[in-house]
Structure formats: C-alpha cells, structure tokens
Design a protein around this ligand. Structure first.
Ligand code: RTP
Ligand code: MG
Length: 148
C-alpha cells in the first residue's frame, strides 16, 4: 500500500475547493490518513520546493505557497502516487485534460490548485516535512458495521 502527499495550494483554499478535491479522492477509493489546514513557513516552502531552487520562478513559488493557508493531506492506496498525479492533470492547466483537477478548475501554471508527490522518494520526504508520525491514522474499513 502506497502513500502520497497532496496539498491544496492557497488558491484552492481561497476558492473553496477543499471539499470538491477531497471528494474526488474519496470517491476514487483512496483513504485519507492525515489532513490539516495550515500556514506554510518560508523555511518549509523552500525545503518542499528545493528541487526548483535554481529556477527563475522559485521566489514567486515560495511567495505563493506561503501567501495563505494550504490544506495538507496524506492519502493511501494502491498506486496512489501515480494515480493522484493523473487526477491532478498536467502542471500547466492549458495542457491539463478536462476531468482532471487542474483541467477543470485552473487557468495559470502559477495558480494550479494542487500539489502531489511525483515519486515514492518525494512522497516519503514530503510527508515527513509536513506531518508528524502521530498525525497519520491508518484504519480498516468497517463500513457495514456503521450502516446497519
Ligand atoms: P507541484 O510540484 O506543485 O505538484 O507541480 P508539478 O509537479 O506538476 O510541477 P513542478 O515542475 O514540480 O513545478 C512546481 C510548481 O512550480 C510552478 N511552476 N511555475 N513559471 C513556470 O514555468 C513554472 N513551472 C512550474 C507551478 O506552480 C508548479 O506546480
Ligand atoms: Mg512537482
């Protein structure tokens, strides 16, 4: 069972898209094992996007991700890293297919609503950066017991 780090960026929070986005991953069949609304410090933002530190847009990226609250999440499921990236769509919303989160809700690369880990190594690193182990809750589905 795989885990990934997903984060609704400040534009997604401002636009009231938390519920819509969480709902897509729930309906897909993945399990939410951790989530919190939080402000990202500049130190954490720089660490999170360290791979882009030499790119010309790095300063803007850090400013944006620290500009307001984000909704940080850890999701669990079979192949969740790759599948979540597919559900998010391409980085540039112009290229993101309709039906994807960025394809449906975003217009600009710099305001593309959601982040998702791009590999198992990134997922481990990013989960560790944003969550303490005791903030993650794994559980068995006991749906029938709650319905009847
Ligand atoms: P993310 O890390 O946020 O999930 O996005 P991603 O993997 O699809 O794209 P990545 O290449 O990792 O870029 C990280 C974020 O940087 C901004 N960006 N701006 N102006 C530009 O050319 C440019 N390229 C990337 C985007 O907000 C992108 O999500
Ligand atoms: Mg990335």
């Amino acid at each position: 069972m795989e885990r990934t780090f997903l984060m609704i960026k400040p534009d997604g929070v401002q636009r009231n898209l938390i519920g819509e986005i969480v709902s897509r991953f729930e309906k897909k069949g993945f399990s939410l094992v951790g989530a919190k609304l939080m402000n990202v410090s500049e130190v954490v933002a720089r660490q999170h996007y360290a791979e882009h530190s030499e790119r010309p847009f790095f300063g803007e990226l850090v400013d944006f991700i620290t500009s307001g609250p984000v909704f940080a999440m850890v999701w669990e499921g079979d192949q969740v890293i790759t599948t979540a990236r597919q559900m998010m769509g391409k980085t540039n919303p112009v290229e993101a297919a309709p039906g994807t989160i960025r394809g449906d809700f975003a217009v600009f690369t710099g305001k593309n609503i959601i982040h998702g880990s791009d590999s198992p190594e990134s997922a481990v690193r990013e989960i560790g950066l944003f969550f303490q182990p005791n903030e993650l809750v794994s559980y068995e589905r006991t749906l029938a017991a709650w319905i009847v």
